[in-house]
Write a protein that binds this ligand. Sequence first.
Ligand code: FES
Length: 69
Amino acid sequence: MYVCICNGVTDHQIREAADNGVSSVAELTMRTGCGSSCGSCLEMAGELLTKARAMRDLPLPMLGLAKVA
Ligand code: FES
């Protein structure tokens, strides 16, 4: 899904950036342009980046199955 409509940045691109070591929203903006126009996507982008970094740092495959509850 598109997270940043202004710059066409998707959630996949944010997860990919996290996998490549991006650790802050400022760095995400520099690398992808996410949030560099209206800024309304910054909160969601930050949450996705934080979750992606957590999964990268502590991969817990069973968490993916926890959606059922
Ligand atoms: S939606 Fe991302 S800068 Fe506007």
